[in-house]
Ligand binder design. Structure first.
Ligand code: NAP
Length: 285
């Protein structure tokens, strides 16, 4: 069993990106510019935004956070996004989700210019992903594939099982695994015999958001397990994944930990997406 460290891999990616950004700055006369929009003071969202802006600083990406009240109207938010879309010096726009209930998230996502959509959530980017056309990939699924590939693990022909079918993780990671020629099963809360289905997986990607849900009987001997969940352990109050790491890890060939697995990769891929949007914006791509 080997732990795949997202922390180490993301650190290497950020270092490499920092070098590139320095070169781009000379070539194109400015560095990439990411604008993050945060509504309200939810501690989870604030901490995610802090993680993203810290990574941007490390990579040399100019960044700013526009913090608005959670009473901001949908109209005000959409008007801010329109302004950022038109601002040629802005390469990437990220509106931290979830948004307050009175704001339609879909409307916000589709208002962000598709070429500045660093999260890869815009319907045109999603459609392009499903048609295998060039697009901005969503960060978490992109990071998951990177983690698997970083160890030279063969995906082609393998049985992959994803637990969860959300727009941000389950569905896109299933599509990316399919694009890598895995035979993919997407499972969810109505799946019958989930444990048996999972126990057939060569590659298991739990993304359901239930602490330590995946137990050893759900793991095939030698499986690769990429744990996407971010939960609080009800007993210890500490961060934990969807996988019961202590009992599952010995059965696996490769496994990720929470924290230090998928989370840092999501952020590194966000930086990559920002640089991609920048290169597009300056006319390099
Ligand atoms: P979500 O939108 O709540 O979706 C959860 C999915 O899991 C749903 O499709 C749901 O099925 C399925 N599910 C729930 N209970 C289940 C059960 N008992 N058996 C089988 N399937 C079940 O969550 P999400 O946004 O995809 O996030 C999933 C987890 O990943 C969360 O812990 C989140 O914090 C974490 N996450 C981590 C990162 C990162 O960067 N590390 C990024 C994004 C998300 P139905 O569709 O049938 O309801």
């Amino acid at each position: 069993m080997e732990v795949i460290s997202g922390k180490e891999l993301s650190a290497a990616m950020k270092k490499e990106m920092a070098e590139k950004v320095k070169k781009y700055a000379v070539e194109y006369g400015r560095v990439p510019n990411l604008v993050v929009v945060l509504l309200g003071e939810d501690p989870g969202s604030v901490s995610y935004v802090t993680g993203k802006t810290k990574a941007a600083d490390e990579v040399g990406i100019k960044n700013s956070t526009i913090t608005l009240s959670d009473k901001t109207t949908e109209e005000e938010l959409l008007s801010l996004i329109h302004g950022l879309n038109e601002d040629k010096t802005v390469d990437g726009i990220l509106v931290q989700l979830p948004l307050p209930k009175h704001i339609d998230e879909n409307k916000v996502i589709e208002t962000i210019a598709k070429d500045k959509d660093v999260d890869g959530f815009h319907p045109l980017n999603v459609a392009a992903l499903w048609q295998k056309r060039p697009c901005i990939l969503p960060c978490t699924p992109k990071g998951i594939i990177r983690l698997i590939k970083s160890k030279g693990i063969e995906i082609s022909g393998k049985k992959a099982v994803v637990i969860g079918r959300s727009n941000i993780v389950g569905l896109p990671v299933a599509k990316l695994l399919l694009d890598e020629n895995a035979t993919v099963t997407i499972t969810h809360s109505r799946t019958k015999n989930l444990a048996e289905v999972c126990a057939e997986a060569d590659i298991l990607v739990p993304a359901l958001g239930k602490p330590k849900f995946v137990k050893k009987e759900m793991i095939k001997e030698g499986a690769v397990v990429i744990d996407v969940g971010v939960n609080r352990d009800p007993e210890t109050g500490k961060l934990c994944g969807d996988v019961d790491f202590d009992e599952c890890a010995p059965l696996t060939s490769y496994i990720t930990k929470v924290p230090g697995g998928v989370g840092p990769m999501t952020i590194a891929c966000l930086m990559e997406n920002t640089i991609e949007c920048y290169l597009h914006n300056v006319g390099a791509r």
